[in-house]
Design a protein. Structure first.
Length: 118
């Protein structure tokens, strides 16, 4: 059975504050508001980040996203008021950055190795 779409779920304790934070993270409003306390950002053609009010589960998400240019992405985050927690390379020399929302959910971005570098 083929998978047609992936939703990465992120539980938050304060939905209104989290929605503003994720709007800054993605640089735009959500693509969908399925119901009260839920927001969805389509980050690829078949992949989405789903933010939902669920205080009991808040703070335990880890979402990892590949971007075509990590330096440009890091700069854009800073401009939007979200400086990364950590920027660097791991043991595989893969360039990455980490940012954490107010609940402690960890969002990691890495330089897509399939993308050409300048």
């Amino acid at each position: 059975m083929p998978i047609t779409h992936l939703f990465a779920g992120v539980a938050v304790s304060d939905f209104a504050a989290a929605r503003r934070w994720y709007e800054a993270l993605f640089g735009r409003p959500p693509d969908m508001l399925p119901k009260e306390g839920e927001a969805v950002w389509h980050v690829t053609t078949f992949g989405s980040v789903y933010v939902t009010a669920n205080p009991a589960r808040a703070g335990n998400a880890l979402v990892t996203i590949a971007v075509s240019n990590l330096d440009e992405h890091a700069t854009a985050l800073v401009v939007r008021g979200l400086p990364p927690d950590k920027l660097g390379a791991d043991s595989s020399a893969l360039q990455r950055l980490t940012i954490t929302d107010d609940d402690g959910n960890c969002i990691k971005f890495f330089a897509d190795p399939a993308q050409p570098t300048a």
